[in-house]
Design a protein around this ligand. Sequence first.
Ligand SMILES: *Cc1c(COP(=O)(O)O)cnc(C)c1O
Length: 357
Amino acid sequence: MRYFEQHIRRVTPYTPGEQPKETDIIKLNTNENPYPPAPGVRKALQEMDYDLLRRYPDPAGEPLRSAIARELHLKKEEVFVGVGSDDVLAMLFLTFFNGDRPILFPDITYSFYDVWAEMLRIPYETKPLDQNFTIRKEDYFGENGGIVIANPNAPTGTALDLSALREIIERNRESIVIVDEAYIDFGGESVVPWIREYDNLLVTQTFSKSRSLAGMRIGEALGCETLIRYLNDVKYSFNSYTMNTTAILAGAAALSDRAYFEETRQKIIETRIWTAEKLRELGFAFSDSVTNFLFVTHPVVDCEALYVALREQKIYVRHFSKPARIAPYLRITIGTKEEMEALLGAIREYMKKEGAL
Ligand SMILES: *Cc1c(COP(=O)(O)O)cnc(C)c1O
């Protein structure tokens, strides 16, 4: 092997859900929002001063950073913005996980965490969720190099009891605890106010799901001023201008339309409750979700085969073969009511054909 070949940073990349080219499909596989972004976003883009593109954007992401601070009742010094929460989370791993002790996260969670740990050579250990796919808080009480918890969790869709989460943070004042709140707007309770209480807590959120802006790439981290300063020092040593001018303006506009945000997130919550009821009638089993997806299994239907059959009908849901424990499950994003009706129709047809109905 040549010298450079021996020294390549070899990584196994994260596999995102499929983004098929056809437009006539029902896409329920990547937890995108079925509704368009707030009308104010279109207006902001149309009215954007074209000449602004000649200039570098604001490195701190203003005016978006201040808009997020206002929305969450924080100081702008407690807010960090980036190119989706993936970019923000990667920057958090790079900044805060530099010790020899392993960082901890559940065995079933967002599958980017182990990819970043591998890529950045961060030692890590996964802690198995219990039978009900719930975190056992005691697993996080030992010595560690940091903790990452998605709350609500993906792909399970359930939230951890806040008293358990508080106990994990309190018993780990020597470590950074990251709480990934990508799905918080669909029914969970945010721990953002706790950043004033715990100087070892960082919370991340995204505009990709509840604000319909996955294509714009906007995410944020919230934490005490000191932690955000460390994070900025690393970011400014890597790339000062991560967020582009268009995304900064679009994000700020999305935040200013609160009525639209409330309306669309309520619609998704209602559709989730309705879909859950219909799936239970068909014999599917799952815990109550507080996200924009359902994580379901069935006592007789082979969910992987169902996934393939739905795909042939141009309905895409997500199936994970690893870890083996979740292979019997499907993660179904909540789309519009019409999309969920089509999904349920296709599932009923499949079950009849298989003699399961
Ligand atoms: C979708 C998601 C993210 C990342 O979203 P971005 O589009 O990068 O903002 C982060 N964490 C979890 C758990 C997610 O599901």
